[in-house]
Design a protein around this ligand. Sequence first.
Ligand SMILES: [Zn+2]
Length: 439
Amino acid sequence: MSRRTGKMKRILSRLFKERQIYHRSDGVVHFISMSAKTQVALAIVLLAAILWVAYASVNVVFKEQIIVAKEQERLVMQTNMSKRIHDAQKAYDDVNYLNTTIERQFDETMDDIWSRHRMLANMVERKSAIDQGLADQVEGLSAAGGPNGQKPTNGNRVMIDVTPGEPTPRQSRLSVLRKEAALESSARSRAVQTEGDAAREAIQSMEKAAAELYTEQLLLLASVEEKASKKIAELRQVIDSTGVAADAILTPPKITNITLAQGGPFIAPAAPDGTPIRFYQHANRAATMIDELDSLQDAVNHLPLSSPLTVTRRFTSGFGVRRDPINGKHSSHHGIDFAAPWASPVTATGAGVVIFAGTRSGFGRVVEIDHGNGFMTRYAHMSRITVKRGQKVSLHHKVGELGSSGRSTGPHVHYEVLFKKRPVNPRRFIEAGRYVFES
Ligand SMILES: [Zn+2]
């Protein structure tokens, strides 16, 4: 028992000491004795009553204010709640927007890459088809050998130096292209408005990869362009070396259409600010070149670039003015003569269609072949003809056998090349054929 409890007891026993209440009725005095316990109980009941009355009164008096306060509290809570819902909605919208933005940029980037890829694939494919066409021709020509039957001695040597002293070395040209592509890519990279570092990083790394791919594609395209341009120069030189200008032979250029794998004309996309994208400018140029290469290859493949005899032969008479072998007078010789054993096979010097097979005065048994593009060849003095008029012949198809029919002094073949019906020097064509198979 602490001192404090003792003190309380003392105070309580002083306050509530035993009391007697006296009252007198009918001359008799009564008294009620009240113990300390009873007094405490009464006091508690009294106090409770007072408190309840006070609470009730306050409640009645301040009821209005309490309701108003509670209402205000409720309103504040509601406002807070709707603000939080709004924030959550906004956060969701942001994430959603970001998501669709990233997705859209990804799709756009992939579309760009694919469209360039298809274009590249298309060009590489076309160019390799042209290369194959030329390779076939080269193979056919090598089978015949050079003008006098010699085989190429040093393999596929490039005889023609088409690019004497390139203005800029290849390496620096490549690094210039690389720099340009990088600049272009960074200029095109879209400004991303986002708070999220992760999102920005994702887009940046995607754009970086796309930019690297763009550079690689541009470089690949440039190399296609470069190779096409080199081949164009070579083929033009081959044609020009025949003495007939390439431009005189070539069909007018086709309208250039970069066609995608899906087909249809291609409209080169531009950057969002409207500046043309370098890749598509190069692609247009490359497509034009490939078209030209196509025409050139077609022209070269139709040129009579071989010799009418694939067997060992002897060149006996050249083109131009000569002394006539029969009457000794000076006269024009519109072809060249090769001597070889009797009945040696005489073969087409290029692909074409037989337009004459029969006898002509002076020429004896003669075959004439139309090679297209204005070219015609004539094989005369044969002992036998083995093709018919209208027959399609390929390079080195046998047209007849060597003989001495017509105005001839001995077994030989008289061979002419005509361009637009005018005789040109066949020897130059045979020389040009060497360029093809040696280049
Ligand atoms: Zn002749």
